[in-house]
Design a protein around this ligand. Structure first.
Ligand SMILES: [Zn+2]
Length: 375
């Protein structure tokens, strides 16, 4: 068994489920911290375990270039290499490859430069799966083409066509029993999303992702397309919204039936001084924290909040101390973990709609920033 639905809320499309992988199960909805180079920056696997993290994401593009998937295979696979024994999802490298200006796409594959030394590399859909199998990923992603949120209709239509062809090649190449997810593209165009969803969900993947959102489109388009596309995805397989990590976007997407999320935002923003709280985000740089001897959030059970004050974090930030990155990352990941756990409980108790209301009320958000999807 790969996926089991535990409970579906009656007032929204929110659902709570379990995904089964070779390295353990994942209770959903869940947010996956990003470990681009086989490390979630500044925290150890033991710290992630203490937070309650169930699954991490690693980037195929980066690991293929450095240290190379052959080295990781020799090390005994990604889990042994990086010391994380829970599930790992690897992206296909497509998102990074197609964000580079000098990448050239042919029907066969993509020619792209290394961000490390500028050297040229050619990757096919089959290569992407072979690399992810060498890494020993639990959930692999197909190689897709992800155009910018502002791309023209014709450009997105071409991307949809190649994405389907590549998805079929990835599915027929797969040799392992790792899970493989297909990716629906189509930009902000509903007819292209419909076409992509029909073609991709017609292939026997273990789960399906929505790609090509949160890539520069406006907020209204994001919510319109997220809501529309999630409605086109099979009910009995995991649904993953790629690259989305803003808490309010996650809550709204869970309401639309999305199960999995990933984004660098909570960890990157932590390092840049933005800390998440139930009352909204705060900037630790602010002088008002110089003599504030409270934790970031009273009641937060993370190692940072149990042991350190805003004053100390403000000091570490301004003196560029390395410990700041670790403590801030622990807190923001705990915030994400607790948010997801709260949603899972609310769905199980059929009160997700009430949770959603209280979330919006407590975060003091600008009403113009809140989008509802009409359920
Ligand atoms: Zn905390």
């Amino acid at each position: 068994m790969i996926f089991k639905i535990i409970k579906e809320e009656t007032k929204t499309r929110a659902r709570c489920a379990t995904v089964f992988t070779k390295h353990g199960t994942i209770d959903t909805p869940e947010f996956m911290p990003v470990g681009t180079q086989a490390t979630v920056k500044s925290v150890t696997p033991a710290m992630l375990k203490e937070i309650g993290t169930q699954i991490i994401l690693a980037n195929t593009y980066h690991l293929y270039l450095k240290p190379g998937s052959k080295v990781i295979k020799k090390a005994g696979g990604l889990h042994k290499f990086c010391g994380w024994d829970g599930p790992i999802l690897t992206d296909s490298g497509g998102f990074q490859i197609f964000s580079l200006k000098s990448t050239k796409i042919t029907e066969e594959g993509a020619l792209f430069p290394s961000i490390f030394d500028g050297s040229s590399h050619f990757i096919t859909p089959e290569d992407s799966i072979r690399i992810q199998e060498e890494l020993g990923s639990d959930i692999m992603m197909v190689l897709d083409i992800c155009p910018a949120g502002t791309a023209s209709y014709m450009h997105v239509a071409d991307a949809v066509e190649i994405t389907t062809k590549w998805a079929k090649r990835c599915a027929s190449y797969k040799k392992s029993n790792n899970l493989l997810f297909g990716i629906i593209q189509g930009g902000i165009y509903e007819d292209l999303r419909l076409r992509s969803a029909k073609e991709i969900t017609g292939i026997d993947f273990d789960g399906f992702a929505i790609g090509g959102l949160s890539v520069g489109e406006n907020k209204a388009d994001f919510h319109r397309i997220m809501s529309y596309t999630s409605g086109l995805m099979p009910q009995n397989k995991p649904r993953y919204l790629m690259g989305v990590g803003k808490p309010s976007d996650i809550v709204e997407s869970v309401a639309m039936g999305i199960d999995l999320f990933d984004c660098v935002m909570p960890t990157r923003n932590a390092r840049n001084g933005q800390l998440f709280t139930k009352g909204g985000a705060i900037s630790i740089k602010n002088a008002r924290f110089t003599e504030n001897f409270n934790p970031i959030e009273t009641g937060c059970n993370c190692y940072c909040c149990k042991n350190f004050t805003l004053s100390y974090l403000n000091h570490l930030y301004h003196t560029h101390e390395l410990l700041y990155y670790t403590l801030a990352t622990i807190h923001n990941l705990q915030y994400m973990h607790d948010l997801m756990a709260e949603m899972r409980n609310a769905i199980k108790e059929n009160r997700f709609s009430e949770f959603r209301e209280s979330f919006y009320n407590s975060t003091n958000q600008d009403p113009n920033e809140i989008y509802r999807s009409g359920i």
